[in-house]
Design a protein around this ligand. Structure first.
Ligand SMILES: C[S@@+](CC[C@H](N)C(=O)[O-])C[C@H]1O[C@@H](n2cnc3c(N)ncnc32)[C@H](O)[C@@H]1O
Length: 187
């Protein structure tokens, strides 16, 4: 669609995704139950690393977390946090999730894409979804979450199309507050 071509990646101030209020309602360890020690994780659209830092702690020193965001400032924030905590297992990249050429095929156990696709320029969604499939191990899983409503770049029809390319393990009852979320496996 012509109007979609004008939509650019959305970026946010750092405090929008890491602040004391968020910590009251959503634990940074929210996704830790989906990973095991020594695993490789890709947090795509990681923002300032709210979940990436906790995931790095959960996979441990022999694990690895790729923290990827197209916003340079967010990636610098992740790097600062990792340096302060002396976490050496975080690989932060300022890059679009539509180009993950620095991640090998079939090398990732868990992809987190919480709020990614609904903020990504629509013309790049397909590429990002195929990158997610490419980097996942055959038995890897991904958590996909998109906002609902008029501000979201992913509508219901596109969401269903994205999910049809995966094996859906679990999905939520959609709501305006939680948006659309699904835990998926490679098809
Ligand atoms: C709603 S925020 C979610 C941040 C983070 N996942 C969290 O929950 O704290 C969406 C993030 O996606 C990033 N983003 C937007 N377009 C992107 C793209 N093409 N590639 C990677 N990240 C992108 C934004 O910069 C922003 O940090």
């Amino acid at each position: 669609m012509a109007e979609n071509r004008d939509k650019k990646d959305k970026h946010f101030p750092l405090f929008a995704h890491d602040n004391p209020l968020r910590r009251l309602f959503i634990s940074p360890r929210k996704y830790c139950s989906l990973v095991k020690k020594d695993q490789t994780v890709a947090d795509l659209g990681c923002g300032p690393g709210y979940f990436s830092i906790a995931l790095a702690e959960c996979v441990g020193v022999k694990g690895r977390v790729y923290a990827v965001d197209s916003d340079e400032k967010s990636i610098r924030a992740v790097e600062r946090k990792a340096a302060k905590l002396k976490y050496h297992n975080i690989d932060a990249h300022a890059s679009s999730a539509a180009n993950l050429s620095f991640i090998e095929d079939g090398s990732v156990d868990f992809v987190l894409a919480d709020g990614l696709l609904c903020c990504m320029a629509p013309q790049t969604h397909q590429k990002a979804v195929s990158e997610i499939k490419r980097i996942l191990k055959p038995k890897g899983k991904a958590f996909l979450g998109v906002a609902k409503g008029s501000m979201s770049y992913v509508d219901k029809a596109e969401w269903e199309e994205i999910l049809s390319g995966f094996k859906v393990k679990q999905r939520n009852k959609e709501s305006l507050l939680k948006g659309r979320q699904a835990l998926v496996l490679k098809n």
